[in-house]
Every structure is written in structure tokens, then in C-alpha cells.
Design a binder for this molecule. Structure first.
Ligand SMILES: [Zn+2]
Ligand SMILES: [Zn+2]
Length: 387
């Protein structure tokens, strides 16, 4: 079928809204008519090139026998929600007419990681930026004669998505599409980073650096599990002003301001948990973030850095002598098949704020404007409306 989608033809290019071709779903696949898609920084990494292995890393990969992925042209978008239009043979968890949220990590349900409650590490994740489907290794998405990579095997910046059943999660009919879309990445990643990822406990002091579409939900998570102080750090005034509504007890513009504040609040102990959720994590943020972390504390790395910034300045002796942890967390450490219904039920009960995260809605044709607004810090979350 033909439909409109937003495609990147290379790093450093803008989004091109054009006609794409999707093949019908085969065994274990679904076709979803999209209602809403979220504007998330993860897609922008491929537009700016941050998410593309640079020369040095590419050389290391090639030396070690890894083929650098063939990324472009890339159909963007991994956050979203819509309605199942068609299912291929063998699909059991959804049927036509069902509302679904996307899942940027497909979960097979049977690999070692899925079987041990770590579905965010599912082996299918290795193929998330590939032109081939995770189901049978053939291609479904096309731009003229070229095969398209679909962002995390989804490509939600299009009117329709053909994806593996393992990449969609059924949501209840009374859940609005924007809520399903928000929970499909940013909310879960943020909420999970502060809760299961950082292991926040009652009475903790938590610092969240970067409070956009992900970090704002780390504030909600930290407060939700009983943190005493929740400090938001963001250079954008609008985000600092919004932070208390989502659970921050304090908001400052920089790490330099956060250090004396946290020292005061904790009588010199420093923060139990620090969560790093800026759009792009600069390598020179790691050392100050570890300084903010108390002895025995945990600093969680949720945002992605640039691939070409390899050396990270880190005071190793402080890590050892103060027994601090620096921990990478993917998708908040949440298992989407469990966390999606859980978070949406909290939303339904008024215990998780989702509506207020949406700053602005766009048409697909406005996608470059939407990403400009995200980069300029004008949005907590922008959404593309297909209806
Ligand atoms: Zn995302
Ligand atoms: Zn798996």
C-alpha cells in the first residue's frame, strides 16, 4: 500500500515527507493505522548524526568484524499509537480494530533475556535499525526502488506502520491515543529510570538532569516512589517552571547550581540517585554528575551521547573509594508488556500526569518545525496527529 511518511535520506538532512510503499503484513506481523506519533530525541540522533557511528568507532567495528548498519534512507518515528488494520497469519495478541501502542524494543518472549524479566534486552533488539524485518529477515518498507530502514522496526512518522506483533502492545479502548503514544517511549523511559533503573527509595534525594519528555517523567517516578527531595536541572526556564507540577521540589538551571543546593539539602551527603536525561549527554557532564552522587549512590545514564565522543573523563578513584555506580539504563529498565498497562492504569486513576506533557500538536508536514521546537526546548512533548 502507498501512504505518506517522513524519511531521512542521510545524517545532517531534514525530514522529507513523501510517498512510501508498505507491503502487507506477513506471518507474525501487523498493519497499524497510526493516530498519533511522538517527537522524541532518539529520532533526532539519526537526523543530526549523533546516533551514527563516527569514523573512529566505525573503524573499530570493522576491525572486529561488525558491519556498520546500513541506516538510510530511514523512515522515522518510534513513539506512537493507532488501530490495528490487518494482521498476518499466526498473530494472537491483537486483532483488527484493537488499539495499540508501539514498543521500540520488540520482545520475542522466549529468548534468555525475555525469559528472565529483562525483555528490554531481547535479542531481537539487535535488529532494531535494520532494513529487514525481525520476523523473517525480508523487507516490507520501500521508497521507490530503495528499501527503507524503519526506526526501531516501527516508522511511526507514517500514516501506516507494518511491524512485528512483538513491536506492538494492545491498550484498552478507553485510553486516548496520545496517552498510549507518550507511554510507548518517553514516559516509560523517564519513569523507569528514576524508579527501577536508579532504585529510588522512600526518603531519597534524587537529581534529574534534563527535564524534557523523558526527564519530566523521571520527576514523576521519583516523587511517586517517595523521594523526599527531587531536584530538576534544566537550562530552559519553561521546563524549570513546569518541573514542580511533575514532582520536582527544586529546579535549577545548571549542575553548577545543583551542587551547592544538593549539598545544603543533604547536609553534605549529596544525592542518593542522579538521573541523566538530557537530549544528548555531553561527555563532560559525567564527572559533575558523579560529584552530585553520594557515596554508595547511583548515577543513571538514560540519554544517549554522541558516537564520536569516545573518551569520557571520569575520576575513577572517586568511583572506587566512594563505591559509586554509573549505570546505563535502556527504556528505563522497564518491560513494556508489563509497564505499558501499569502506567496507563495509573494515568486512568489520575496518578500519572500525561495530558499535561503535550505542549503542541503538529501535522506530519510540519515535522521539521516539530523537531526545531524540540531542539529549542519549546516543548515538553510534541505530537504528530494523523486524524
Ligand atoms: Zn523515544
Ligand atoms: Zn526476547
Amino acid at each position: 500500500m502507498k501512504c505518506r511518511g517522513a524519511v531521512l535520506r542521510g545524517a545532517g538532512k531534514i525530514w522529507d515527507v513523501c510517498q512510501i510503499d508498505l507491503d502487507p503484513p506477513r506471518a507474525g506481523e501487523v498493519l497499524v493505522q497510526m493516530a498519533v506519533a511522538g517527537i522524541c530525541h532518539s529520532d533526532d540522533h539519526y537526523a543530526t548524526g549523533d546516533g551514527v557511528a563516527g569514523h573512529r568507532l566505525t573503524a573499530i567495528m570493522e576491525t572486529n568484524g561488525f558491519a556498520p548498519p546500513d541506516l538510510y534512507p530511514m523512515l522515522g518515528g518510534h513513539e506512537g499509537a493507532g488501530v490495528v488494520n490487518e494482521v498476518g497469519p499466526g498473530v494472537r495478541s491483537v486483532q483488527p480494530g484493537d488499539r495499540v501502542a508501539t514498543s521500540f524494543i520488540p520482545a520475542c518472549g522466549s529468548c534468555r533475556w525475555c525469559s528472565s524479566g529483562l525483555s528490554y534486552l531481547c535479542d531481537l533488539g539487535a535488529g532494531t535499525v535494520s532494513k529487514e524485518m525481525t520476523t523473517d529477515g525480508t523487507r516490507r518498507r520501500h521508497l521507490g526502488d530503495e528499501a527503507l530502514t524503519a526506526m526501531t522496526q516501527l516508522g511511526t512518522f507514517a500514516e501506516y506502520v507494518v511491524a512485528a506483533e512483538s513491536s506492538v502492545i494492545k491498550i484498552d479502548d478507553d485510553i486516548p491515543f496520545h496517552a498510549g503514544s507518550l507511554v510507548s517511549c518517553g514516559v516509560t523511559t523517564g519513569w523507569g529510570s528514576a524508579t527501577v533503573g536508579a532504585g529510588t527509595e522512600v526518603g531519597d534525594t534524587v537529581v534529574v538532569i534534563g527535564v524534557g519528555g523523558v526527564g519530566m517523567n523521571a520527576l514523576q517516578g521519583a516523587r511517586g516512589v517517595g523521594a523526599k527531595y527531587v531536584v530538576a536541572v534544566d537550562p530552559v526556564a519553561f521546563k524549570r517552571e513546569s518541573a514542580p507540577f511533575f514532582g520536582a521540589t527544586h529546579a535549577v538551571a545548571s549542575v553548577e547550581e545543583a551542587v551547592p543546593l544538593v549539598r545544603d539539602l543533604t547536609r553534605g551527603v549529596m544525592a542518593d540517585r542522579v538521573v541523566l536525561t538530557p537530549g544528548v549527554v555531553p561527555t563532560d557532564l559525567i564527572s559533575p554528575a558523579m560529584m552530585l552522587t553520594r557515596k554508595g549512590g547511583t548515577c543513571v545514564l538514560t540519554g544517549l551521547g554522541r558516537y564520536d565522543e569516545l573518551p569520557v573523563p571520569l575520576v575513577l578513584n572517586d568511583m572506587v573509594l566512594s563505591a559509586k555506580q554509573l549505570k546505563g539504563v535502556l527504556g528505563g529498565g522497564m518491560n513494556p508488556r508489563a509497564s505499558t498497562p501499569m502506567l496507563l492504569s495509573m494515568y486512568r486513576e489520575g496518578r500519572l500526569k500525561l495530558d499535561e506533557l503535550v505542549t503542541r500538536r503538529y501535522r506530519l508536514e510540519q515535522i521539521n518545525e516539530a523537531f526545531d521546537d524540540m531542539r529549542e526546548g519549546r516543548n515538553i512533548r510534541g505530537l504528530i496527529d494523523f486524524r
